[in-house]
Design a protein around this ligand. Structure first.
Ligand SMILES: Nc1ncnc2c1ncn2[C@@H]1O[C@H](COP(=O)(O)OP(=O)(O)OP(=O)(O)O)[C@@H](O)[C@H]1O
Length: 577
């Protein structure tokens, strides 16, 4: 998976990668050439007292070193450019794909995991590319070249290499084979600690309110200990690697010196060749070390590639039609015909055979117990989810054949948990209509009963809003979200329990102000309070995902037992208070 991901996303950077290969090739070959020149200085310059050879060969070495440095810098530059470009493209592709997901896919992966995947996981893959660009070319050339060059210098010492290289390879294999499972474990430990931390930060008020700080500290402590323990095991294995390499390198050097000394004594080898062989041995061992670095980071990157491919290969369940309708008649009519919806894997459908018609100029209210499917029903209209059976129509067309952007721009949705973005009051209100004037914003704030508190804010329309709307109260957030939907002037308004955080008098004033503005629009209101919907043209009563009553308040009180019970329970509650 890592390979196919890299092949796809590195393709546009073929030129940069070719540059890396060429420059690394030159850099590594020059590194290999230097010990031979050093041998030349010792054997033909120092040993024979020829200063000319020392100076001219030394000068050549200096030039070659400069070339090597220039090539290494160039290789790092091109490698980083390819890796960063690939990372940017991959991150962009993942975020674009997540943008196409419906609530179903987002729910399946979970928001925290999608964020980790598009940031940390992409970073791991980027790191593999950066390191591979340096190592994958250099290591084989340095390793094989080092062996060839040292045999060229002295065949008598070749068998030392024949023992040392496999021995080092075996030692590395043993350490890495212990390390790989620890790395996999570490990735899941990082996931676990992220999960605990996110939960604790998001739910901090609940933790404090229920005095569960010490329990949560213990929970975090356990996750922290797990991660630290795994990291320590990996660290110990890593710490073992360098001394092990140095031990094998030093034993090899001693063997080469001992054998080389004998060969020099016999006159079959020169002292310069011996120093060159020693340098090549170090280079060969370096090459083996480099390969092990790749072997260490690959498993982690493979896990990340699997996670990213899973996101990229997931087909969104809500897809635009191949030939989407961009204009359709009667944009303000909402109709459901036998609409059924089941969450994936769920045994029973959440909505069953729901049919109704909501027309422009009409207010349709939906009421029902908790979990009866009210929000799910509303989410079907802007295609945040798609029906499992039946049909949802807006105007003359099935929502599945309408261009999703066009469909959604005809709808003003106020979700049950309204979300405000970091910015200002004005930037949030203009979210669905960037060209709205200040006067229009104030008008919508007046209708949403939000003008007074916005006026009281130090900056008015330009007052800052924190991420998620954390700096305003629940009721204020709800009213700003209502104003945001009004600014759009859509044909269809969907209010998902949008008046629940308002007191009764604000609720009544808001509905009174809303009536003239939404006169020609189709309004669908999900509500808990009967008082909010008492004047609706039609009320739909939902129970366990099915419609059990449909009509006006007066009709339903007589005809629908579920509705009559809701009314009775709320009247009793009012009387008690
Ligand atoms: N992502 C999900 N996966 C599985 N089941 C879900 C999911 N979201 C909601 N449900 C289930 O679907 C049912 C209907 O949920 P929905 O949010 O539509 O109810 P609701 O009538 O709006 O409730 P409330 O009045 O509490 O907001 C509930 O039983 C809920 O448990």
């Amino acid at each position: 998976m890592l390979y196919s991901l890299l092949r796809t996303y590195l393709r546009p950077y073929g030129g940069d990668l070719a540059g890396v290969v060429a420059l690394q090739l030159i850099s590594t070959l020059t590194t290999l050439y230097l010990p031979s020149l050093n041998a030349e200085i010792i054997d033909n310059g120092v040993a024979k007292g020829d200063t000319g050879v020392v100076l001219s060969t030394g000068g050549t070495m200096l030039l070659i070193t400069c070339l090597q440095v220039a090539c290494s810098i160039g290789a790092v530059y091109f490698g980083a450019r390819a890796a960063m470009g690939m990372g940017r493209d991959l991150r962009g592709a993942v975020v674009h794909q997540v943008g196409r997901f419906s609530a179903r896919e987002v729910g399946y992966f979970g928001a925290p995991s999608l964020i980790t995947r598009s940031t940390n996981d992409v970073q791991q893959i980027q790191m593999v590319v950066v390191i591979s660009c340096t190592i994958l070319v250099a290591a084989p050339i340095m390793g094989i070249g080092g062996i060839v060059m040292s045999i060229r210098q002295s065949q008598g010492l070749a068998w030392v290499l024949a023992v040392a290289v496999p021995l080092l390879g075996l030692a590395m294999y043993l350490v890495i084979s212990k390390m790989v499972p620890q790395f996999r474990l570490m990735q899941s430990r990082i996931d676990a600690i992220n999960r605990v931390l996110r939960e604790q930060i998001t739910g901090i008020r609940v933790v404090r309110a229920f005095v569960r700080e010490s329990h949560e500290m213990r929970r975090f402590g356990a996750a922290n200990e797990d991660l630290a323990g795994t990291a320590l095991r990996v660290g110990k294995l890593m710490a073992l690697m360098l001394p092990m390499v140095m031990l094998i390198a030093n034993i090899t050097s001693v063997a080469v010196l001992w054998l080389g000394g004998h060969l020099i004594d016999q006159g079959s080898m020169q002292i310069g060749s011996l120093t060159a062989v020693l340098a090549y041995i170090m280079q060969i061992l370096m090459a083996v070390m480099m390969v092990t670095v790749i072997a260490v980071i690959l498993p982690r990157a493979s896990v990340c590639a699997e996670r990213l491919t899973e996101v990229l290969d997931t087909e969104p369940s809500v897809q635009a039609s191949p030939k989407p309708l961009t204009s359709w008649r009667e944009r303000g009519i909402v109709e459901m015909r036998g609409a059924t919806f089941a969450f994936p894997g769920a045994e029973a459908p959440v909505l069953r055979n729901v049919s109704f018609l909501a027309e422009p100029g009409m207010t349709t209210a939906i009421i029902g117990g908790t979990g009866s499917g009210k929000s799910t029903l509303l989410n079907l209209i802007p295609r945040l989810i798609d029906v499992s059976g039946g049909e949802v129509r807006v105007g003359a067309a099935d929502v599945r054949v309408i261009d999703p952007d066009q469909l959604r721009s005809s709808i003003g949705l106020v979700p049950q948990k309204p979300y405000l973005f970091s910015g200002t009051v004005a930037s949030n209100l203009r979210y669905g209509r960037p060209d709205a004037t200040d006067a229009q914003l104030w008008r919508c704030l007046e209708i949403a009963q939000a003008a007074d508190f916005v006026r009281a804010m130090p900056g008015g329309l330009e007052s800052p809003i924190a991420q998620g709307g954390a700096t305003v109260s629940g009721g204020q957030r709800q009213r700003l979200a209502i104003a945001r939907a009004l600014v759009r002037e859509p044909e269809i308004y969907l209010f998902d329990d949008s008046f629940s955080a308002l007191d009764l008098s604000t609720d009544a004033r808001l509905r009174a102000a809303l009536a003239p503005v939404t006169r020609d629009a189709c309004v669908i209101i999900v509500a808990q309070r009967v008082s909010t919907i008492i004047e609706a043209d039609q009320i739909i009563v939902l129970e366990d995902g099915a419609i059990v009553g449909i009509g006006t308040h007066a009709e339903l009180v007589d005809r629908c037992q579920t509705y009559a019970e809701i009314v009775a329970s709320q009247l009793a509650a009012q009387a008690a208070s």
